[in-house]
Design a protein around this ligand. Structure first.
Ligand code: UD1
Ligand code: CA
Length: 457
């Protein structure tokens, strides 16, 4: 945090080039709206944050985290006008004011700190981040005099062919002393190619009025890459993905083919885990050590233990204990909790179900709203019938430790299968089965005591 500092984040623009009904700053990058990524960086540095909203304001405001203020820009008259709107709701501050654009999702807090440090050390009235680009298309160009002294920024639409050839650009992150900024904002005029009040004219105006304007050249220009189009959205996504995968590799994760996996930046993966192609790890996922995920593991909002194998399967909002094996073609839906060494195999679907250690659900089963004990064998084709026609709500099935569920058993919930009990193939269980008993038939009836090994889990 920089004492007394504030930030204005601009998020009111139309985003025309996106061709979208969704406000540009809400398009996700790395699974999160880009504006929220900008705010994370900004809030790590600035004490007070104002977001200027306009186009799609209600939608944008709904997403904002607690503690940020908003200002409304009635019409998108340009970035200069947007900053003026932001200042209207900003209380007196005694530190510097950062201005960031809401369409730069790759921005890092360290970049903001670098800019602020240069601004304060240089004693500038305004400081802007600049960079040298091989292809400066879309950016405002930085103009300097013969001695290399900063003069002003000219927007691409207003460039002469000569100016257009300049490779030094305004990266779109800047910092001001409040008093001089207020003074020149009123002097902005929309007499330019786009008919807008450009924030970028402020630098030339300050310079011409005798204030000192500083520039900071950033090496990592991708940090401030602006997203104006779907192509740039994809480019930002690719860059964030590259950074994420490299971070994981540096932490000891093996990635067979970095180009073929998708990992949200917030995901944690333990050492010696191997990520195979076509693996998607979405936000809220934590993976332990020595796992093998993929090919084709899609995990969202889940906690995966150590030495787990997941392949060609989907895991959503679930917990998977150590040494479990999931897949191929399994689906763990929200609320599934597997203890250690559980096997969930081909075409098994689990939902809101707890499974004890060493239990096996190897083939073609549906377990919903169930509590399954330890060492249970769930035969192929087992179904928990948790929904009753005409009866509201879902009903629970309990399968106690060591039970053996024969193939194609229908468990008509609410129902309980006692410890070590056995069901015959094709039985339809409508009543509780006492521990250690064998039940068969349709509806299943208890016929005899189960053999010892099933009676003692
Ligand atoms: C802007 C800069 C340009 C710089 C580039 C860097 C200006 C005039 N130009 O151009 O010099 O090189 O960023 O990426 O500042 N916005 C509002 N209200 C408005 C207009 C825009 O809040 O009336 C917001 C947008 O939502 C966006 C940000 O300001 O988040 C930048 O606007 P955008 O139109 O993307 O500016 P660029 O043309 O990219
Ligand atoms: Ca932009």
């Amino acid at each position: 945090m920089v004492a007394g500092s504030a930030a204005i984040v601009l998020a009111a623009g139309l985003g025309k080039r996106m061709r979208s009904r969704v406000p540009k700053v809400l398009h996700p990058v790395g699974g999160k709206p880009m504006l929220l990524r900008v705010l994370e960086a900004v809030r790590a540095v600035a004490e007070l944050v104002v977001v200027v909203v306009g186009h799609g304001a209600d939608q944008v405001e709904r997403l904002l985290p607690h503690g940020v203020r908003t200002a409304r820009q009635a019409q998108p008259l340009g970035t200069g006008d947007a900053v003026r709107c932001g200042l209207e709701v900003l209380p007196e501050i005694h530190g510097p004011l950062l201005v960031a654009y809401g369409d730069t999702p790759l921005i890092r807090a360290d970049t903001l700190r670098t800019l602020l440090a240069a601004h304060q050390e240089g004693g500038f009235a305004a400081t802007l981040a600049v960079g040298m680009l091989d292809d400066p298309t879309g950016f405002g160009r930085v103009l300097r005099d013969a001695r290399g002294q900063f003069q002003r920024v000219v927007e691409e639409a207003d460039c002469t062919p000569e100016q257009r050839a300049e490779r030094e650009v305004n990266l779109g992150l800047c910092c001001f002393e409040i008093a001089p900024l207020r003074q020149v904002l009123d002097q902005l005029r929309p007499t330019n190619a786009q008919g807008e009040y450009y924030l970028t004219d402020v630098f030339g105006l300050l310079q011409a009025s005798g204030f000192r304007v500083g520039t900071v050249e950033l090496g990592e220009v991708m940090d401030l890459m602006g997203v104006n189009s779907r192509r740039q959205l994809a480019a930002a996504e690719a860059e964030l993905r590259r950074r994420t995968v490299e971070r994981l590799m540096d932490l000891g994760v093996t990635v067979l083919d970095p180009a073929s996996i998708y990992v949200a930046p917030e995901v944690e993966v333990g050492e010696d885990t191997i990520l195979l192609p076509f693996t998607v790890l979405e936000a809220g996922t934590v993976v332990g050590r020595e796992c093998t995920l993929g090919p084709g593991a899609h995990v969202r909002g889940s906690r995966i233990g150590d030495r787990v194998r997941v392949w060609w399967s989907v895991v959503e909002e679930s917990e998977v204990g150590d040494d479990c094996r999931i897949g191929p073609y399994a689906h763990l839906r929200p609320g599934t909790r597997l203890a250690s060494r559980v096997v969930v195999g081909n075409f098994a679907e689990l939902k809101n179900t707890t499974v004890g250690e060493d239990t096996k659900v190897q083939h073609v089963s549906y377990l919903g709203d169930a509590t399954v004990g330890r060492g249970v064998n769930v035969g192929a084709g087992t179904v928990t019938c948790n929904f009753k026609y005409g009866v509201p709500g879902k009903h629970r099935t309990v399968i106690e430790d060591g039970a053996f569920i024969g193939s194609d058993t229908m468990l008509n919930a609410p129902v309980r299968v006692g410890a070590g009990a056995v069901t015959g193939a094709g039985s339809v269980v409508t009543k509780d089965i006492p521990p250690g008993m064998v039940a068969v038939g349709v509806p299943a009836r208890v016929i005899r005591r189960a053999r010892q090994e099933n009676g003692k889990p």
